[in-house]
Design a protein around this ligand. Sequence first.
Ligand code: SF4
Ligand code: SF4
Length: 98
Amino acid sequence: MSNPKPDNELTSRDLEIGCIATTPGSASVNRTGDWRSQRPEFATLRCIKCGLCALYCPEGCIVENAGGAFEANLYYCKGCGICSRECPILAVTMKEES
Ligand code: SF4
Ligand code: SF4
């Protein structure tokens, strides 16, 4: 179900039970990163563009930016930290959400 209300006006009554996708191709409407407690910070200037973080990310939310470095789409990142553990040059640091 796509929801016409802005995010700051949504209540639990506007969502499907379990936030299931009821229309094919609509899963991206649910911003599943909203409950994240930590976020990855990518040192894009140090990134060697190996793509390992994107390969291991269970959400498939790490994308290549215009410069060829990799960054997470925080609308969908759940803060699991796998990208930070797998980056061979430690270019990804997990930070507490404020
Ligand atoms: S913290 Fe987890 S979900 Fe977020 S970008 Fe890294 S691997 Fe993906
Ligand atoms: S794993 Fe690290 S070096 Fe490799 S693309 Fe991701 S951020 Fe860049």
